[in-house]
Design a protein around this ligand. Structure first.
Ligand code: DX5
Ligand code: ZN
Length: 220
């Protein structure tokens, strides 16, 4: 079994105090830092790019888990790898825009881990042609674009479906993960838990991360 990893999403952090926010979740034993990159095209929202990612990398001590919600990851992957992405994930829904296996192999050649993400209405089978090139699958449990949305339990069977298709890598879930939903996600087979609001909305981030980790561990 892959290790449980709690990955706070900085989308819910105070962007005017990013270094402090990173420190607070690292001191709270976050395993990874999840960075949500949005281009205003693949999703209706805009966040940040390689410059801010590099600034976070300078103060971070945990791996950066970069989630590209962008239409053209081929154009920007190297910039995020140069900026310090340890895990780089893009969306399978952009597959018509370029060579997906080629980009996955490129990410790995550069020494990072490669991931693909599924929107809630994209079936797991869409990943079948790419599974051999993948280190991680990011199952969205809300539609990409905004933090603070409600968890969609109907995506849970996708984790078992990925295993049936032969995927043995890490499975991450993103969107609406918190104390009330993480057990169901862990029971379904998820090992990486992205949590924005649940972690950064807590006064005591360390306590919240510990609570999430314990709930996930008990449910596996
Ligand atoms: C949504 C992002 C998520 C988001 C999760 O598009 O990919 O990472 O920040 O936020 P919460 O945990 O608040 O749902
Ligand atoms: Zn995300």
């Amino acid at each position: 079994m892959h290790p449980i990893r709690i990955a706070p999403s900085l989308l819910a952090a105070d962007f005017a105090r990013l270094a402090d926010e990173v420190r607070s979740v690292e001191q709270g034993s976050a395993d990874w830092l999840h960075l949500d990159v949005m281009d205003g095209h693949f999703v209706p929202n805009l966040t940040f790019g390689p410059v801010v990612t590099a600034a976070i990398a300078k103060v971070a001590t945990r791996p950066l888990d970069v989630h590209l919600m962008i239409t053209d990851p081929w154009r920007y992957a190297d910039a995020f790898l140069d900026a310090g992405a340890a895990w780089l994930t893009f969306h399978v829904e952009v597959e018509g825009h370029g060579d997906v296996p080629g980009l996955l192999r490129h990410i790995r050649t550069r020494g990072a881990k490669a991931g693909l993400s599924l929107q809630p209405d994209t079936p797991a089978a869409r990943l079948a042609p790419y599974l051999a090139e993948l280190d991680l699958v990011l199952v969205m449990s809300v539609f990409a674009g905004f933090g603070g949305q409600k968890f969609m339990p109907e995506v849970l069977p996708k984790v078992a479906e990925l295993r049936r298709l032969g995927f043995a890598g890490e499975v991450s879930m993103d969107g609406g993960i918190g104390a009330g939903t993480i057990a169901a996600s862990a029971a379904a087979g998820t090992n990486v838990f992205v949590a924005g609001t649940a972690v950064f909305g807590a006064q005591d981030r360390a306590a919240r991360i510990a609570e999430l980790r314990a709930l996930a561990a008990a449910a596996r």
